[in-house]
Design a protein. Sequence first.
Length: 83
Amino acid sequence: MNINLKEIMKRVIKYLVEGLMVAIAAFAIPQKSLKIDEIALLALVAAATFSILDTFIPVMGASARNGAGMGVGFNLVRFPGGF
């Protein structure tokens, strides 16, 4: 079994950054602020979810990222309630 340490580190950094972005969104967007431990748990779940999707269903991982980004963007502009 050949382990590529460079690929592992690349993926770890990728999922940590994705989890951090989810944490920032969870901290900044809601009207009622979440607790820090809730934000951390949400970030870990998001990072794990993206990791699993990338490993087993790569196309779905990309679609999930697009959908999550659109959802955050729509919430920021209060879509469909108006701009």
